[in-house]
Design a protein around this ligand. Structure first.
Ligand SMILES: *Cc1c(COP(=O)(O)O)cnc(C)c1O
Length: 384
């Protein structure tokens, strides 16, 4: 018991030090942390009756689930398909009177337009949640992603920057919000014994399968998926399992090396892939230093995209979230879509492909994937 407590406080200290935030609160997962944070924000602003959460038209389904779970309304705002960040014009045309918070997404390690999101949120008097679940270690204007706005969210789930199978964090330097979170956090429960035992078993399998001596680029491994690609609101807000803390901590101390490898992979993809009428890479925003959890690009022809995914799935190339948040069947009738627009999100959902950058991806893997993309290109030129 003591050992567990010590290692969670070391983990928290490490997070705060590396990000430069005052407080970190640990949860069983990122979606629980997000839902809990939104509840605390609601309580802070109880008198204002603000109950709308703005989410991007393309992001992890858990983000929308967290807001709905917290009893709030989801307002989907479209994104720019070239950057995956909010469509600025759309965002600014929102009536913020009933808005509680804006949530960023920073998918695949590419930071959103966080400096200007922070400015907008401040000007409109709404919270900004800097969702850094996929972007830990990246910066914008030399400031760590996760520290923009009023609070940030981290995740230690499968397929994130670092993983202890499960885990979520709220980071914040906002004093009143911290005090509120501290009080409420005392009340939450631990995971069941069964789910803790399952975590340990999964953890073991994960590291055995990822061991270099068993080298292969895992594909279709159900627990390597990036976030939830099926909608699920059925989870509890619970405490982080303390026994996992040493695993998260030991990866955290190597995070720069791990991200450096991801950046090198991304640089190789960038030099091997040229934007054409068929293929377009996602552009990092000016002032940002991405970490490239995966390398995203769009293949604009549906048939060619399908063929590429079919041929290269075993090389770790895969789709991401299959639909825009506006089109998730389970919640479509319960959410609002700003200006009825989600074209950017829909295009991204139908065209996005993500390439692997994890620790076991080698230069030869990247060359093979790049030549597969060139072949797609040539096939698209051939008159049928
Ligand atoms: C994974 C993810 C979450 C939720 O984290 P979990 O730990 O999986 O619950 C939230 N936002 C984004 C962008 C994510 O990728």
């Amino acid at each position: 018991m003591r050992i567990g407590r010590d290692s969670t406080s070391t983990l928290k200290a490490l997070i705060c030090e590396s990000l430069g935030t005052k407080n970190a609160f640990l949860f069983a997962n990122g979606r629980g942390a997000m839902s809990f944070l939104l509840q605390c924000m609601t309580k802070e602003r109880e008198e204002d009756h603000k109950d709308v959460v703005v989410v991007p038209s393309y992001t992890c389904y858990s983000v929308a689930a967290s807001a709905l779970k917290a009893g709030l309304k989801v307002l989907v705002c479209d994104i720019d398909k070239k950057t995956l960040s909010y469509d600025r014009e759309q965002l600014e045309s929102i009536d913020f009177n009933t808005v509680l918070a804006i949530v960023s997404s920073s998918l695949y390690g590419l930071p959103n337009d966080l400096s200007s999101l922070e400015e907008l949120a401040r000007a409109k008097g709404v919270y900004l949640i800097d969702d850094a679940a996929q972007c830990l270690g990246a910066t914008v204007d030399n400031r760590a992603v996760g520290t923009f706005g009023d609070a940030g969210i981290l995740s230690f789930d499968k397929g994130k920057v670092i993983t202890s199978m499960n885990g979520g964090v709220i980071v914040t330097s906002n004093k009143t919000l911290s005090r509120r979170i501290e009080i409420e956090h005392e009340k939450i429960e631990n995971q069941s014994l069964l789910s803790r035992a399952t975590d340990l078993a999964k953890l073991q399998a994960y590291f055995i399968l990822l061991h270099p001596s068993l080298y292969w680029i895992p594909s279709n491994l159900p627990f390597l998926k990036l976030g939830e690609t099926i909608y699920n609101e059925d989870y509890e807000v619970q405490n982080y399992f303390e026994a996992l803390a040493p695993i998260a901590r030991s990866q955290y101390t190597r995070i720069d090396q791990m991200n450096e490898h991801r950046r090198l992979c991304a640089a190789s993809y960038t030099s091997g892939i040229h934007d054409t009428d068929l293929i377009e890479c996602i552009s990092p925003l000016a002032g940002s230093a991405p970490v490239y959890l995966r390398y995203p690009l769009r293949i604009k022809d549906d048939q060619i995209r399908r063929q590429f995914l079919y041929d290269y799935n075993s090389h770790g190339c895969s789709v991401s979230y299959p639909a825009s948040i506006a089109d998730v069947p389970e919640i479509r009738s319960r959410i609002l879509v700003h200006n009825d627009r989600c074209e950017g999100g829909r295009i991204v959902a139908s065209q996005l492909v993500t390439l692997p950058t994890h620790a076991f991806v080698r230069e030869s893997d990247i060359e093979r994937i790049c030549s597969g993309l060139s072949r797609s290109e040539r096939n698209s030129d051939t008159p049928q």
